[in-house]
Ligand binder design. Sequence first.
Ligand code: PGA
Length: 243
Amino acid sequence: MKVIIVKDYEEASQKACEIMLEVVKGNPNANLGLATGSTPVRLYELMVKDHKDNGTSYKNIKSFNLDEYFGLDQSHPQSYHYFMCHHLFNHIDIDMNNVHVPKGQGNIDEECDSYNKLLKENPIDIQLLGIGSNGHIGFNEPGTPFDAVTHKVDLKQSTIEDNARLFFDGKIEDVPTQAVSMGIANIMEAKKVLLIACGEGKAKAIKGMVEDPATTELPASALQNHPDTILVIDEAAASLLTK
Ligand code: PGA
């Protein structure tokens, strides 16, 4: 695991953008694994700016998002499909036929099977990740087996609270309690993993993931066994690292 410590969120977003663009420019047919949450918002802004200023094209790029709430329609403003269109897809030249976000409605088991098949057929070149304050990646909550593939998830109370604070105007009752998420095994198959973490609230999870033995109680620690994982973290998220 390579750990890059930068000053703050802006620097982390710029470093992450550099790494993403290296992949996109190096392979115009790359498969990008994308993430939602507050962390990648500035990265997506920088990718949009680069597309506008420098013409970096996404015409033949395919994207595969990590997860989606269960029970929200794609058009719901809090759905991850909507989030991705709003922050990235509407502002670059990606072909929407090449955009994949798990569906959070309909027959969930069928959706999980077809998403797993899709990922098998389209190996991910770079998987972008945030990390939950409890160490989750995607919606793989503590306790998720490392060999899990795309599956239906019951969200932990801490995740529901984090997401209510950030996205649902504080209304906990509006946050779905279930989601569909790529599993840790899917994430481990990505050729490269780029995890961004900023702020004090992430420091404990980052310490556990980097310095403590890998455990399913801290899902991100699975990445200790991934051959090409880069962590871009700010000083606050790095504040509990000792080595
Ligand atoms: P955040 O979420 O980027 O909003 O902090 C990260 C995550 O829960 O994976």
